[in-house]
Ligand binder design. Structure first.
Ligand SMILES: Nc1ncnc2c1ncn2[C@@H]1O[C@H](COP(=O)(O)OP(=O)(O)OP(=O)(O)O)[C@@H](O)[C@H]1O
Length: 328
């Protein structure tokens, strides 16, 4: 069953001198207990997509078109009050530096209790303390963290507290926006495996925003590859990472080193993201694609659905040119 439906979502930023199209006509269905990695280089629109779902974009400059339906609720039709209730309860988020939002002069336990009470005020002090300590233990933190101040925690401990906070009200959907990016690889690995364990226990559904393919490979079932506001490829991680069909996905995978197995040449993707304030007629990736043909510059490719829910938006996939792409 689908828990989140994103339909034709477009986000434009209207600033003084230009209109930036950060997310372009994205449709995505998130099934219950999915874990979807949204991957792409910096500036590809990943955070804007997450912020649009959460309705945290600055209303003054962000125009949003399309629909986002969470568990049957049309989020863009909700009042601010309804959205406030949905956040934390149904939809929780962990950012890279979520803990920065906490006060440096209050203990972790006190702040977690205050946040808990915003949505659930009828709970005794004793029960609340037990609840907070069980949340801390759930993310492998000792109960003494309850009495510590934020500056007494390491980066990994802080992100664990942020994850504990996000799980407070058993949300249906958890969005992690570069939540483990700033951590060392060992701590990142530990936290990712803890999250996967918790998901089984709590029936969680997760969207994970990252620029790191290895995070997607180790912690997600499905992946959406985003480039300049568009999803270029989507599917199960086991399909997309093993048999990437879009030249951009292939380029992303070639630009990361492997630590076991054969040596490989690391190649970046030549060129840079296009200026998102200039409309593009054809494929958004054409200007950087080594396989681009005339049609790629003229016509925007529509998404092809291949077997196993593997979707690709590329003129070269499915036709004669496909062979070129795969044998590069
Ligand atoms: N508040 C804003 N006002 C104007 N433009 C914005 C705003 N937020 C984002 N953008 C633009 O939207 C585009 C997408 O940015 P976004 O931060 O969503 O990308 P990202 O993939 O999350 O990048 P990163 O990995 O660096 O966070 C960029 O061109 C960015 O400059």
């Amino acid at each position: 069953m689908s828990i989140l439906e994103i339909k034709n979502l477009t986000v434009t930023f209207h600033t003084k001198d230009k209109i930036t199209r950060a997310v372009h006509n994205i449709s995505l269905s998130v099934e219950e207990q999915d874990s979807i990695g949204i991957v792409g280089e910096s500036g590809s629109g990943k955070s804007t997509l997450a912020m649009a779902i959460l309705q945290l974009l600055p209303k003054r400059i962000a125009r949003i078109e399309g629909e986002v339906i969470l568990d049957g609720k049309h989020l863009f039709q909700c009042t601010d009050e309804q959205i406030r209730k949905i956040r934390w309860r149904d939809l929780a988020v962990v950012f890279q530096k979520s803990m920065n939002a906490l006060s440096p002069v209050h203990k972790i336990g006190t702040q977690m209790s205050d946040i808990y009470r915003i949505h659930e005020s009828k709970i005794s002090k004793k029960k609340l303390k037990e609840k907070i300590i069980s949340l801390l233990e759930m993310v492998n933190l000792p109960s003494r963290v309850y009495d510590l101040y934020p500056h007494e925690l390491s980066g990994g401990m802080m992100q664990r507290v942020s994850i504990a906070l996000s799980l407070m009200h058993n949300p249906k959907l958890l969005i992690l926006d570069e939540a483990t990016t700033a951590l060392d690889v060992v701590t990142q690995g530990q936290i990712l495996s803890e999250i996967k364990e918790l998901e089984k226990e709590l029936n969680l559904t997760r969207i994970m925003i990252t620029h790191d393919m290895s995070v997607v490979a180790s912690a997600c079932k499905k992946v959406a590859v985003m480039y300049a506001g568009n999803i270029l490829e989507f599917g199960y991680v086991k399909d997309v990472l093993v048999n990437p069909l879009h030249p951009y996905t292939q380029g992303l995978l070639k630009s990361i080193p492997t630590f076991k197995g054969e040596k490989k040449n690391i190649r970046g993707i030549a060129g840079a993201l296009p200026d998102l304030s200039v409309p593009v007629q054809g494929c958004i990736f054409a200007s950087r694609c080594e396989f681009a043909t005339d049609i790629c510059y003229q016509v925007k490719p529509t998404e092809e659905l291949l077997s196993g829910n593997h979707r690709v938006a590329c003129h070269l996939v499915g036709g004669m040119e496909h062979a070129n792409v795969n044998h590069s």
